[in-house]
Write a protein that binds this ligand. Structure first.
Ligand SMILES: Nc1ncnc2c1ncn2[C@@H]1O[C@H](COP(=O)(O)OP(=O)(O)O)[C@@H](O)[C@H]1O
Ligand SMILES: [Mg+2]
Length: 252
């Protein structure tokens, strides 16, 4: 599904990604961990076309997408959530998901300008279905900016799912959540986001990595320092040391 080879991304003198290799097969559930600043979000930004690679390659289903425009990459079946949420605060929950769905390339702009046709009704039905699945149906007509953080993160997930991705990239989907809220998010990702999709999750909460992922990749200074099953990797002393030890033990 995704083949990353010798990927380098620099910002001035800083090497945010310093020759990263990562191979993700169809249906894989990969956890991406590492200290702050180790390059995790930068990797998502390169995969989704926000940044061009400085060197190396990103191939999606055999085709090079390194440096492609973000919209083209969405149309190739890749969607993501953002660590710093990107919802539209002054739009309702429904409108947020609807707008995300309309970034999909298969939507005719005529439908946007002349709503009410049968295709548009079907799309609105899809949005309502997604809101139902993500537990946001009763918040449908509320302004997104007024939602509590866990609901905003759920909305961010619903927006990504509205793009009908085959590969979904989740950037700290439980960031800032309590343990109970994190538990609910784990269930939502497992039951709604993951089935039928390939998934990469960045998360500091090891509980989430253990419960959702079948493989973990550890980054440090833009390089992969360990990879393997969660049980094996999270037992590795070098990993724990490179990582923020406090967070690992707090959640372990
Ligand atoms: N647009 C940018 N301009 C300059 N430096 C950046 C930019 N994006 C990321 N960086 C730097 O790249 C490094 C990796 O950042 P990031 O990928 O966000 O780390 P992580 O998500 O693992 O915490 C950090 O040192 C960060 O400051
Ligand atoms: Mg990050």
């Amino acid at each position: 599904m995704l083949e990353i080879e010798h990927l380098v991304r620099t910002f001035g003198a800083l090497e945010a990604l310093a020759g990263l290799d990562l191979s993700v097969g169809e249906g894989d559930r990969v956890g991406l961990i590492g200290p702050n600043g180790s390059g995790k979000t930068t990797l998502f930004n390169v995969i989704t076309g926000v940044y061009r690679p400085t060197a190396g390659s990103v191939r999606l289903e055999g085709r090079d997408i390194g440096g492609s425009k973000p919209d083209r990459i969405v149309n190739r079946g890749v969607a993501r959530t953002f660590q710093n949420l990107r919802i539209f605060e002054r739009m309702t929950v429904f409108e947020n998901v609807w707008a995300a769905q309309h970034r999909r390339g298969d939507v005719a702009w005529r439908e946007l300008l002349y709503p009410g046709g049968s295709a548009e009704r079907r799309r609105r039905g899809e949005v309502d279905y997604l809101l139902e699945r993500t537990g946001l149906a009763d918040r449908r007509d509320v302004l997104a900016g007024g939602l509590p953080l866990p609901d905003q993160r759920r909305l961010e997930l619903a927006r990504a799912l509205a793009r009908a991705p085959r590969l979904i990239l989740l950037d700290e989907p439980a960031g800032g959540m309590t343990p109970a809220e994190t538990g609910q998010m784990i269930g939502l990702i497992r039951e709604v986001a993951m089935p039928g999709r390939t998934c990469i999750v960045i998360e500091h909460k090891m509980e989430m990595i253990r419960e959702l992922c079948d493989r973990v990749c550890v980054l440090n200074f833009g390089r992969k320092i360990a990879e393997g099953s969660p049980e094996a990797v999270l037992r590795d002393d070098a990993v724990i040391e490179a990582y923020i030890g406090r967070e690992v033990s707090a959640d372990a």
